[in-house]
Design a protein around this ligand. Structure first.
Ligand code: SF4
Length: 293
């Protein structure tokens, strides 16, 4: 079900310094997500989103953003996509991302997008314009192989489409790379997957890969995940219960070896394991030169 709603606010301050992506603000233009990844943390009870498959479209989001940005005294990176994928299929119709990027370009703010969709290429010209300040697009890719990515991220474009989109963005000079997480214990935590994924990222122009060899599970997301395991990977539920119990952080039992393989590959290819981030600065008054990072 797709439902149009009106939000009260859209741009949130990121309170703790964000060492991963350097975000100062973030926003969620939608509620719920059509990508339906089996491991999705946004399904956790703590977020209180009932019926995660129902999509709520914040139809006044762009107006709220246009009103909020001129009041910001600090120019810092705006993040898209913490609780859902901003380029899920519904974005084709509503274009909330595209219209938000137009506002952001007008106000010369930096942006970071995290997505699993090649639909981001629709907005490449806007991203090039924003990149005169700073624009980065991180693709979450957890499985090098399309068959496996379709099993664990059934509503998202396959990994090959994400790599192709990354290639186009890299060619356009936009910062791009991979958030290689979660890596699912007993499913995608193989040396072959990690090696292949790093090679494909290298060939696709990734300048960084942010790795984590494990996943999180908690009330809400755990039940959904286990039900999906029963459907797609029969027998694995028991292995998880035995290995992790009720634990929140579930590292792959193989993580040390995977990290060794990963580090060897990325250093061979000159890929960074941190992304270049924009340093927040005061918004300059008219006539003042803006300091780039
Ligand atoms: S794309 Fe992200 S938010 Fe959407 S279902 Fe997958 S993990 Fe959840």
């Amino acid at each position: 079900m797709i439902k149009e709603i009106r939000a009260k606010t859209i741009l949130n301050h990121v309170k703790q310094p964000d060492t991963y992506f350097g975000l100062k603000y973030n926003m969620n233009l939608y509620r719920g997500c059509q990508h339906q990844c089996i491991y999705c943390d946004s399904r956790s009870e703590c977020y209180q989103i009932k019926n995660f498959a129902d999509i709520h479209v914040k139809v006044n989001a762009v107006d709220l953003l246009a009103a909020a940005l001129p009041r910001k005294r600090v120019r810092g990176t705006i993040g898209f996509g913490s609780m859902n994928d901003p380029y899920m299929p519904v974005e084709r119709k509503y274009e909330l991302c595209r219209r938000s990027l137009e506002v952001i370009a007008r106000h010369q703010f930096p942006v970071h997008i995290i997505t699993k969709s090649d639909l981001v290429l629709r907005d490449i010209e806007l991203l090039e314009e924003i990149n005169q300040v700073y624009a980065a697009v991180s693709f979450t890719i957890t499985a090098a192989d399309d068959t496996l990515s379709k099993q664990i991220e059934p509503g998202a474009p396959p990994s090959s489409a994400r790599f192709a989109a990354m290639h186009a963005l890299a060619d356009a000079g936009i910062h791009t790379g991979v958030t290689m997480m979660p890596i699912l214990p007993f499913i995608s935590d193989t040396e072959e997957n990690i090696t292949h994924l790093v090679e494909l990222a290298y060939r696709s122009g990734a300048s960084y890969i942010l790795p984590w060899f494990g996943m999180t599970l908690r009330a809400g997301s755990r039940d959904w995940y286990f039900d999906q395991l029963d459907i797609r990977f029969p027998g694995l539920r028991d292995k998880y219960v035995l290995q992790f119990g009720d634990r929140y952080e579930c590292d792959s039992p193989n993580w040390r070896k995977l990290d060794e393989v990963f580090q060897k590959r990325v250093s061979r290819y000159g890929i960074q394991t941190r992304m270049p981030i924009f340093t927040p600065e005061k918004v300059s008054k008219p006539g003042q030169q803006m300091r780039m990072f």
